[in-house]
Design a protein around this ligand. Structure first.
Ligand SMILES: Cc1cc2nc3c(=O)[nH]c(=O)nc-3n(C[C@H](O)[C@H](O)[C@H](O)COP(=O)(O)OP(=O)(O)OC[C@H]3O[C@@H](n4cnc5c(N)ncnc54)[C@H](O)[C@@H]3O)c2cc1C
Ligand code: FES
Length: 281
């Protein structure tokens, strides 16, 4: 439940800080009062007191009502301050905001999840939601890429998703001596090349499959091109987008793209809605 004043942050305690990579930390948070009920794909506004507020998608399972997680890449002032937070400290949270992934519509379908960089954060939440009801869906495939092996995050979780019948394909732009290519455990199929090169390794049935994509704009652009070439209809390609935000509520206009507010109408959009917009990503 949101606070009655959506501009007023609620207090949350940092329960745990996990270093996922040299660039990303995951904060486990718990509201001081009440519970955070959210859908995979929704986001919150996080305040680091004395520094500022920034939007982050939930990266944890929406079925865990006791605590919730955000995974934060350090890029500037708020994210830098979030990386310095310690267990027991308090932050402010507003939300949940946005629409989330439309999972109910796609029960029985095959699902393809494609993530790049920190874009894997909302997709991790999506994966947890899907494996909690694994028998409701068909084939589940994940394609995830990072720039280098040290930047692959959630390393200890991929094997657990594979045990839940998720096909996991990981790739890095540049490998190193720790990165062995091929169908080797424990992390699924590992590869070197940009995310779209993984499409050569997977078998997909575009008539039955729905794609969910999140990552840097250039990755989204080439992934969408590839999905369309494969025969995915624009209505079954979902993109989770980022824009500069302030209110998170569809009021201030900061996140406007051609009449849509990313914070309110998104951040998850079917490509069908965006395909006639000149630079949607
Ligand atoms: C809906 C939504 C969900 C997001 N989810 C996550 C998430 O799960 N994990 C995560 O690490 N990040 C996420 N982001 C991006 C995150 O909000 C920005 O990285 C953050 O606002 C930067 O704040 P800062 O004060 O550290 O950076 P600043 O000091 O303000 O800026 C540092 C640099 O980051 C750029 N920047 C700032 N905000 C954004 C933005 N919204 N998009 C792209 N570039 C930006 C600035 O242009 C500048 O180059 C999300 C953004 C949105 C809109
Ligand atoms: S952030 Fe204010 S309208 Fe979207």
């Amino acid at each position: 439940m949101m606070s009655s004043n959506p501009y007023l942050p609620r207090l949350a305690e940092v329960l745990e800080v996990k270093e996922e990579s040299p660039e990303v930390k995951t904060l486990k948070l718990k509201l001081k009062e009440g519970r955070m009920k959210f859908k995979a794909g929704q986001f919150l506004e996080l305040t680091v007191f004395g520094v500022g507020e920034a939007p982050f998608t939930f990266s944890s399972s929406p079925f865990n009502l006791e605590s919730f997680e955000v995974s934060i890449a350090k890029v500037g002032s708020v994210t830098g301050a979030a990386h310095r937070l310690k267990r027991g400290e308090l932050v402010g949270v507003r939300g949940p905001f946005g629409n989330g992934f439309p999972l109910e519509e796609y029960k029985g379908r095959d699902l393809l999840i494609v993530g790049g960089g920190i874009g894997i954060a909302p997709l991790r939440s999506l994966l947890y939601a899907l494996v909690a009801e694994r028998s409701e869906y068909g084939e589940l495939k994940l394609l995830y890429g990072a720039r280098s092996p040290s930047l692959i995050i959630y390393k200890d979780e991929w094997e657990k998703f594979m045990e839940k019948d998720v096909e996991v394909y990981l790739t890095v732009d540049v490998g190193d001596e720790t990165w062995r290519c091929g169908p080797y455990g424990p992390c699924g199929y590992t590869h070197v090349g940009v995310v779209t090169t993984l499409f050569d390794l997977v078998k997909l049935n575009p008539e039955k499959c729905v794609a969910f994509v999140c990552g840097p704009p250039i990755m989204i652009k080439f992934t969408v091109q590839r999905l369309l070439q494969l025969g995915f209809p624009a209505s079954r390609i979902y993109l989770s987008l980022e824009r500069m935000m302030k209110c998170g509520l569809g009021k201030c206009g900061h996140c406007n793209i051609e009449g849509y507010y990313v914070c309110k109408d998104g951040p998850v959009f079917p490509f069908e809605m965006l395909k006639d917009i000149p630079h949607p990503f």
